[in-house]
Write a protein that binds this ligand. Sequence first.
Ligand code: GDP
Ligand code: MG
Length: 306
Amino acid sequence: MEMSEFKFGWVALLGPPNAGKSTLMNHYMGQKVAIVSPKPQTTRNRISGILSTDESQIVFLDTPGIHRLRGRMNRFLLDSAWQALSSSDAVVVIFDAALYASKPYLMEKDLEPLVKPVSGPGRNLFVAVNKVDKVKEKAKLLPVMEKAQELFPEAEFFPVSALKGDGAEALLERVESVLPEGAPMFPDDQISTVPMRFMASETVREKLFMSLQQELPYSTAVEIEYWDEEPDRDLVRIGAVIYTSKKNHKGMIIGKQGQNLKKIGTSARKELEEMLEMKVMLELWVKVREGWTEDSGFLKTIGLGE
Ligand code: GDP
Ligand code: MG
């Protein structure tokens, strides 16, 4: 056996809502890092999964369903899906084959929007034909496979059951084999990158902006102080500090009897719950930190600056 070099790569998981993206990623991760939801409409980008083995490190990007995205934050999510795609070393398109076996007319409509973004020379494209465990008559898979091959002629196809794990290892091996050689980018005990924390602080900041006028928001920053997930209860407790550089601003942010801060908290929490597909308990404080806008170390801590 030959010794091969360590591999590192980014793998984007793309597919319509409810296709099984989160389920597949969780299967590979061996634990729940993404919320799996039976309700298609609630599927959003949640988190990435970092899979570290002796041979490779793979960062899965569980992208939002590209359908049904509205609003500004969702535009951000959509952008992040395309971004994930453009920076990925391999792309796995996944779809619900059981659905298309019984409703073939949905297939073109669902998958067409993906064709162009994932095609092109040099793309390592894989298609996970998912939920095959649900298809009792295997012959019904044939037209689905045919149509998929028509849509993605350059892809390699893998019938899988993300839920049961069937076929998932074969797919993973092929994906791993096309990744570039490279050193791991994350410690091997880290299971996820943390853009969600940054997005959470941005959400709070956005609500802060919306609740205040004048130049005030420019001298504020938000730092996530704690982030404790209870996956079994689909709950996350988030604590965030709003920093402001001027003492008199603190009172304005908090508002009469805390009304303004409460308003900020409520709207941020609602948006975060949608984004994370989890119940969110959000605790907010306001702290005065003079001159923070000039403090590069602090800026770095809160995710601004280099
Ligand atoms: P996502 O929106 O693409 O992330 O889809 P999810 O991973 O949240 O899965 C949507 C639903 O399909 C959930 O109820 C999953 O349990 C279910 N599901 C996913 N993969 C499979 C599979 O291979 N077989 C079966 N029977 N159900 C699956
Ligand atoms: Mg999902």
